[in-house]
Design a protein around this ligand. Sequence first.
Ligand code: ADE
Length: 247
Amino acid sequence: MRMRFDILTLFPEMFSSPFQESILARAIEKDLIQIRTINIRDFSLDKHQVVDDTPYGGGQGMVMKVEPIAGAIEWVKSKDPSAWIIYLTPQGKPFNQEVARELSSRSHLVFLCGRYEGVDERVKELFVDEEISIGDYILTGGELAAMVLIDAISRLLPGVLGSERSAGEDSFFNSLLEYPQYTRPFSFRGEDVPEVLLSGNHGAIALWRKKEAIKRTLTRRPDLLTKAKLSDEEKKLLEEISKNKVS
Ligand code: ADE
């Protein structure tokens, strides 16, 4: 079933190129996903197409007005009441692979991109199903965050990555970081590829990769290991690596 992404934004031009390359372009061409931008300004009731105003109570910046956003969301919903409305904001739930997986099971996602000081609070109360943040930093608007979500969700959909590769093999699938990868040449500026990878011994290669993945996760992202669903073999390896028995 095709996944539909709608983006409500004041800057639709920002989305013209990111989805025209590589995997997402192919997914659009194969009709696995559909991405549409909707200009919030088109729903302004004002003859000057005003979409923002000064905040009640004073303070700096501008706030996005409720009426144009309401009009845009209600227009989308009138055609598909099941559309799920997401507002991108640093105040939202942190985005991660699990959230991407959950969202990939829906059929129609709508991303509301805020600008300036954000949207009138009543937009959230009346129209937004979920607020999502892509990290603890402030972007100039929700547009880049929407692109991140669309990219991460799309690659989880059947057929998008192609038959030769499936998202189920991702390291984040079982909460470990990826092991190191090498390709030719064997030797570069004195740095050689680990011998085991040339051994042709698939068991030894798999074991080496697993150990490297665990080592890397332990040193760089120990927080992931507490959440990881490790097999008995992986738990044993982790124990050995933690005790520094494995070099
Ligand atoms: N808009 C501005 N900053 C953001 C962030 N970190 N995540 C999602 N939307 C945003």
